[in-house]
Ligand binder design. Structure first.
Ligand SMILES: Nc1ncnc2c1ncn2[C@@H]1O[C@H](COP(=O)(O)OP(=O)(O)OP(=O)(O)O)[C@@H](O)[C@H]1O
Ligand SMILES: [Mg+2]
Length: 329
């Protein structure tokens, strides 16, 4: 389709960006690319020339589809930020697998790696990125050009890894990324943000735009103490929003419950803040095994105990999304 666009606009494909094509057609670049992707074209090298539309028809079709999409409920995505106080507790494992599970259930889901400078979502998802968030931040790629394809129809915006410019991103740069995330809301049902650990602005700015924070901890004392630190920051916001706890790598449901009760007690007593219980994930060597296979564990080992509990978490998360439109209309 985009080849058709390029052909009718009289410019060879490799000399025109999506942005220029969208500009000439008078449609939004996100809309143009979304429209093209929905027809199986997902990058300039992979276009479907089968749809022989003239530009005005393309533009009308895009607008028409957008109106159709807006109709059912004018739905906007819920943004979930997956975070933690202590590093290495399982944020990326949780976000990649939850996002994949939601996508597999037919939820239009975008996972954004906002662990600035130390991104690894693409590794766990098994999708080497062509472009990353650092291209967007550097101004060498449009947002739509850094949206890649993950498992089960999941869309992924990979972060740059080992990129100092991203790790040192200033407030202005972060605002640009935050605006970009906001602009994705009308185009999907759920946006998951895989953040870094801690309470620096590189993390909390992303928690600020999220409708829900998912805080991951393990049962180690340090991880619980640091999770409390995160909740403390969140509880002090002007408009406190839900904080959902996941206790990861537990050996029994009782262990998870104990950790949650301990944390919940402290938050109630010292912060006057109620935590929400999302659930737990057991210690399971398949989680690491899936990393070696470069695939989410819920895909690589769907019958594993971790995958079974992950599906429960996905069901809880789905409860915060708008109901799926009925196939009967
Ligand atoms: N439930 C689990 N069972 C076994 N291993 C796990 C489990 N969850 C996570 N891991 C392992 O723990 C390690 C850290 O996980 P992960 O990268 O998801 O943490 P993170 O919080 O994103 O880390 P960082 O703070 O560095 O971003 C990985 O090796 C992962 O395979
Ligand atoms: Mg991580």
């Amino acid at each position: 389709m985009a080849e058709t666009v390029h052909r009718h606009l009289g410019t060879p494909m490799d000399q025109m960006t999506w942005t220029e094509a969208a500009h000439r057609l008078g449609v939004g670049v996100t809309d143009l690319v979304t429209w093209a992707r929905e027809r199986g074209a997902f990058c300039d090298a992979d276009l479907d020339p089968g749809l022989d539309l003239v530009p005005s028809e393309v533009a009308d079709a895009i607008r028409g589809i957008d109106e159709e999409k807006a109709k059912p409920s004018g739905r906007r995505a819920q943004v979930f930020a997956v975070t933690s106080g202590k590093g290495g507790v399982g944020k990326t494992s949780v976000s990649v697998n939850l996002a994949t599970a939601l996508a597999a259930r037919g939820r239009r889901t975008i996972l954004v790696d906002v662990d600035l400078g130390l991104a690894d979502v693409h590794i766990l998802a098994g999708t080497p990125p062509r472009r990353t968030l650092s291209d967007f931040v550097a101004g060498t790629a449009e947002l739509v050009e850094v949206i890649g394809d993950g498992p089960r129809g999941l869309k992924i915006i990979a972060g740059g890894s080992g990129v100092k410019e991203l790790a040192d991103l200033d407030a202005r740069g972060r605002a640009r990324v935050l605006d970009a995330i906001e602009s994705l809301r009308p185009h999907c049902d759920a946006i998951l943000l895989d953040t870094g650990a801690g309470i620096s602005s590189n993390v909390t700015d992303f928690l600020e735009i999220a409708d829900h924070t998912i805080c991951v901890t393990t049962s180690s004392f340090a991880a619980i103490a640091d999770a409390y630190g995160v909740v403390k920051v969140l509880a002090q916001r002007n408009t406190p929003r839900s904080v959902h706890m996941i206790v990861n790598r537990v050996r029994s449901p009782e262990e998870a419950e104990q950790v949650f009760r301990k944390l919940q007690g402290c938050c109630q007593r010292f912060l006057g803040f109620e935590l929400n219980w999302l659930g737990f994930l057991p210690e399971d060597q398949n989680v690491e095994g899936a990393v070696l296979k470069r695939s989410p564990f819920c895909e690589a080992f769907p019958t594993s105990v971790a995958a079974r509990y992950l599906q429960k978490l996905a069901t809880s998360l789905e409860g915060y999304l708008a109901p799926m439109p009925s196939p009967l209309g």
